[in-house]
Design a protein around this ligand. Structure first.
Ligand code: PEP
Ligand code: MG
Length: 570
């Protein structure tokens, strides 16, 4: 039987099921007579939980990178938070109830608060509070959970859900993967599975009802497929795929910390796209040459109000410090369109993607823009910073944004003399008007980065969110390739470098053409970096140029794909 869930951590695993016991504890509101005794019990349970978390943290710090192990510092903070404890004690005192009821009440309040937030990341933070309060409640009730560190045979763990504490203790030698009823790609257990490199399929819905301990299951963490007691044929096919994955993984390992260079010595940069400071570890693990796009809007979308200068400064400083001298390109606020804010109402428009957004918004709301520019400029002290403006349509827009940047820079320089005097100021090319006239934009911009996600939607007049017109979303259409060529040639005429940070930059089919067109920097999701570097190492730049020329002259995307397929060299 096959089931389907969300592929949360890549890799294929086949092993025996280890069923994780699910404790559906109903905490009862029982009355007490001795309040002090109950508060004492609560204190002991909290202290024991802190000890338990410390122990998990020390195991996790061996299994996980520092960034992910740090979640347990957050758990200790939750467990020792005086405000949370006061709320629990008040419930015990005011209502004369057992400590476990008080813990559950307080936990529910905060879990509900986090779960109701729209942002996926914040929603998942509810899991941290649940994890900690469950430990305290179990300690109060004297329940001892099974110790996953004692597993000593190869298994795939199947459960309703896996808490971050449980995930971080998994020993990769024996735990080949896990599959759960609930959870998604941004849940902590998914993030940890990726960090541990254990295959995981989450959000399957009902896997715990379909299997028992001792069944054999196979999971594919890329596709989300789950096979229960698979046939010999399915096992043989999956085993072949495992071998291929392992071979590829070993090969890609050899490309870590190597230059990104074609077979005949043409150097490019392969960079990572990030949405938060936490994402830097992925880029560093893949030895990315730079951060080519930090989508700063996520700072705004995760916030309850406009993020202040200090909070932004800390985030930018963290990224620059972690990248340790490697280039970091931070895009200024790209809000509007499909990216909305809880605390700001955008005007109703017929076509919000063509409306009041990104640089158009920032040039109108200089107060918001200035806060961000100040934070960016201050952070420049800590690394090699480039900033770029999104959605530039006219040279005047760029000049206005740059002039405002210069003004703010002079102001900040007086307060913070250590800031860099080499901040590059560039722009995204994602509107055709900027692509066709890139040469003239580059009289003013230090660099450009092509945002193909939007460039394609605006060039083909096809909404990137619409299923119905998704057939028009054609990165390899010769018209798009020609726009990219114009952009690259125009920038090069002004001796400026050109990057690409849209999804196309990490597309293995597109890379040989983009290389041939002369793209200097390819910025993609961290998980694609090594594969892109490996591919480029097998390509002769000269051949890629010839290939690109043929593709530019094709009639349609299909013909371009045919040309690529016939070129079996790659
Ligand atoms: C793009 O448009 O290609 C891009 C990188 O920006 P975003 O996807 O954030 O719009
Ligand atoms: Mg865009």
């Amino acid at each position: 039987m096959n089931l389907k869930g969300i592929g949360a951590s890549r890799g294929i695993a086949i092993a025996k099921v280890f069923e994780l016991k699910h404790y559906d504890i109903k905490v009862e509101k029982k009355s007490i007579t001795n309040i002090d005794l109950e508060i004492n019990k609560l204190n002991n349970a909290i202290n024991l939980a802190v000890e338990q978390i410390e122990k998990i943290k020390s195991i996790a710090s061996k299994n996980l990178d520092a960034e992910h192990a740090a979640v347990f510092d957050a758990h200790i903070q939750v467990a020792t938070d005086p405000m949370l404890k006061d709320e629990m004690v008040n419930i015990i005192r005011d209502e004369n109830v057992v400590a476990e009821f008080a813990v559950e009440e307080v936990s529910k309040k905060y879990v509900d608060m986090f779960s109701s937030m729209e942002d996926e990341y914040m929603k998942e933070r509810a899991a941290d509070i649940k994890d900690v309060s469950q430990k305290i409640i179990f300690n109060l009730l004297g329940i001892v959970k099974e110790d996953l560190t004692t597993i000593n045979e190869e298994v795939i763990i199947v459960g309703v859900d896996l808490t971050p504490s449980e995930t971080s203790q998994l020993n990769k030698k024996y735990v080949k993967g896990f599959a759960t009823d609930i959870g998604g790609r941004t849940s902590h257990s998914a993030i940890m599975a990726r960090s541990l490199e254990i295959p995981a399929v989450l959000g399957i819905g009902n896997i715990t009802e379909k299997v028992e301990s001792g069944d054999i299951i196979a999971i594919n963490g890329s596709t989300g497929e789950v096979f229960i007691n698979p046939s010999k044929e399915v096992i043989a096919k999956l085993e072949k795929e495992i071998l291929e994955e392992e071979k590829l993984k070993k090969l890609l390992e050899t490309f870590k910390n190597k230059p990104s260079v074609s077979k005949d010595g043409h150097h490019i940069e392969i960079a990572g796209n990030i949405g938060s400071p936490q994402d830097v570890s992925g880029v560093l693990n893949a030895s990315g040459d730079a951060v080519g796009l930090f989508r700063s809007e996520f700072l705004y979308m995760d916030s309850q109000d406009w993020p202040n200068e200090e909070d932004q400064y800390k985030a930018y400083k963290e990224v620059l410090s972690k990248m340790n001298g490697r280039k970091v390109i931070i895009r200024t606020l790209d809000i509007g369109g499909d990216k909305t804010l809880k605390y700001f109402k955008f005007p109703q428009e017929m076509n919000p993607f063509l409306g009041y957004r990104a640089i158009r918004f920032c040039l109108d709301r200089k107060d918001v823009f200035k806060t961000q520019l100040r934070a960016l400029i201050r952070a420049s002290e800590f690394g090699k910073l480039g900033i770029m403006f999104p959605m530039i349509a006219t040279i005047d827009e760029f000049k206005n944004a740059k002039a405002f940047f210069d003004e703010v820079y002079q102001e900040v320089k007086k307060e913070y003399p250590n800031i860099s005097n080499q901040i590059e100021v560039g722009m995204m090319v994602e509107i055709p008007a900027a692509a066709v006239n890139c040469e003239n934009f580059c009289k003013y911009a230090d660099f450009v980065s092509i945002g193909t996600n939007d460039l394609i939607q605006y060039s083909m007049a096809a909404d990137r969110m619409s299923e119905k017109v998704s057939y028009l979303y054609q990165p390899l259409n010769p018209s798009i390739l020609r726009l990219i060529k114009m952009t690259i040639d125009g920038a090069h005429k002004q001796n400026k470098w050109v990057g690409m940070c849209g999804e196309m930059a990490g597309d293995l089919q597109a890379i040989p053409i983009l290389l041939g067109l002369g793209l200097d920097e390819f910025s993609m999701s961290a998980s694609s970096i090594l594969q892109a570097r490996e591919l480029v190492s097998r390509i002769n730049y000269k051949d890629a140029q010839e290939l690109a020329n043929r593709c530019l002259n094709a009639d349609n995307e299909e013909e371009v794909i045919k040309i690529l397929k016939s070129d079996l060299k790659w």
